[in-house]
Design a protein around this ligand. Structure first.
Ligand code: ATP
Ligand code: MG
Length: 171
């Protein structure tokens, strides 16, 4: 998912000459977890897009993935504009944008991080932010590898429809 998101954002990153440090796990060492890949793609897209948006041209972003026995941790660090201390506790609220005058030129609605938090929570995980104004920000996502109850409460897959005429587009 992380590799795909970086690839999708790479034209924008290149245009702004932002360097991304991301070393995907070696083949055979990928991290697998129970979750909704579409939502997890959105989670990491929003975080990496923010790192891009709130970095100066020529900046750098580092993405680090660490696995422990129980959870996977992904850190996305940028050396961008940073977030004022007073705003930091509120950035995961819907429609909240730090220092409106600075954020205005980048565009956006202030919904990206609210979604990040909702998706992390939905996966029984967490997200946290650290930042120093003018120096950069680090967002840390933790997702459990085995969610409580998922083993026994696995939902049955819907029957696949053999008639393509009746198939509805995926959401
Ligand atoms: P969008 O809904 O398009 O994502 P947004 O980027 O303004 O709009 P969020 O992603 O929710 O909204 O972020 C909320 C606010 O937190 C931003 O407006 C910005 O002020 C601050 N912020 C988020 N990520 C960063 C970052 N990496 N560096 C600096 N500020 C950030
Ligand atoms: Mg955003």
């Amino acid at each position: 998912i992380l590799s795909k998101v970086v690839r999708n954002l790479s034209p924008l990153l290149q245009e702004k000459e932002i360097t991304v440090t991301w070393e995907p796990p070696e083949p055979g060492h990928e991290v697998t977890l129970n979750g909704d890949s579409r939502l997890l793609t959105r989670l990491f897209y929003n975080l990496i897009q923010n790192a891009y948006k709130y970095s100066e041209a020529g900046g750098s972003i580092a993405i680090r993935l660490q696995k422990s026995p129980d959870f996977v941790q992904v850190q996305i660090r940028d050396c961008g504009i940073g977030i004022p201390d007073a705003d930091l506790p509120n950035i995961f609220e819907r429609f909240y944008r730090a220092d409106k005058s600075r954020s205005r030129e980048t565009g956006g609605t202030g919904i990206g991080l609210a979604l990040v938090k909702q998706i992390a929570t939905l996966h029984q995980g967490s997200v946290a932010a650290e930042s120093k104004l003018g120096q950069g920000s680090t967002f840390t996502v933790r997702l459990p590898l085995e969610r409580q109850g998922t083993k026994k409460q696995r939902l049955p897959l819907p029957q696949s429809d053999p008639d393509p005429k009746d198939s509805r587009p995926a959401l």
